[in-house]
Design a protein around this ligand. Sequence first.
Ligand SMILES: [Ca+2]
Ligand SMILES: [Ca+2]
Ligand SMILES: [Ca+2]
Length: 371
Amino acid sequence: MKVIKLTLLLTCFCLRAAAQDVAPDMTAGTDLQPGDQHMLFRFPDFLAQPDGMAIDRAGNVYVSNPNFNNPEYPGLLLKITPEYEWSVFYATPAHPETQKAGPMGITFGTDGNLYIADNQYYVDKDYASRILRLNMEDGKPTGVDVVVTGLKHPNGVRWHDGALYVTDTKWEVEDSTNTSGIWRFPEADLNDSIHVAASMDAKYLIDTLHAIRQPNGKAFGTDGLDFDSEGNLFVGMFSDGRVFKFAMNADGTVASRDIFVEYGTIPSCDGLFIDRNTDNLYIADSQANAIRIVEPDGTVHTLAENGDTTGADGKMDQPCEPLLVGNKLFVANFDSPNENFVNTRYDDIHNMTIIQVPAEFLGTTTDTNDR
Ligand SMILES: [Ca+2]
Ligand SMILES: [Ca+2]
Ligand SMILES: [Ca+2]
């Protein structure tokens, strides 16, 4: 019965999405002033919180929407074509006990399937979160498998060299409340569903990191992650803004961990994307309503930054994830502030921002950065 209900719901959303004018605010060919912010999309209420993004080999961009702020709607995935036309793509199945889905980070595996962090932290902190695999054939979803259970706050996901990497922003056990972790799940093990142990030295946990507690008491750890062209892993800490660089051994264990962006350099680090043509990092500085670019030598630039807004002007309203699409940056805006954020409140405008990246930060090629 629930399946039928979900199908009906999804059909309803598809009709609504198709019924509205889906003419994009701009197309891929529109010329933009480098560094200026523009409205990419303004979404209806059932897409209240664009978050994680992934891009397939054909150049379609997928965006997760956990709808934590609008819980009457399910967790949805939407698809944006290379012509910037969006539609609802999939309703993520609800957790059998919480009756909610919280799709955050998404990424394509080398198998062509979409891996989804189903974050249950905001409805159940008792290790209810999961990783889902949305099986795909010819660009269409064919079903979902639950491949990992027992997580707490899965957030960013990336595929690298035969394994799925996942950040767990609040991997807390017992009485620690500022710990976080990084998981690595080899592809072969994902074929049998993995249940992780609630332990700081659980199998598949390759590192744990303590977030520096902020004056407001918040301590959210590992969030955005990505790999550079040489296979180094970069992981950002949400509420203290540090970024760590890891060299990896061939067997997937950590060879070294170094601080790449020091504490105090940028206020926060949510989503993180690396352009493998230049190895520049793009960081969504959620707290500051800003996008930072960090060069491989550690030099930090601000690509764009703005004050408090609803997003009605197209500008950033708590940016959570950047994705370089060609030579333009797509920015998802999460709009769910903590008390010390530039964004002061969740509002009823739900938007994504687009920014032309200045030529000085781009490489000589814009090879697809699919992931
Ligand atoms: Ca995030
Ligand atoms: Ca808003
Ligand atoms: Ca807002």
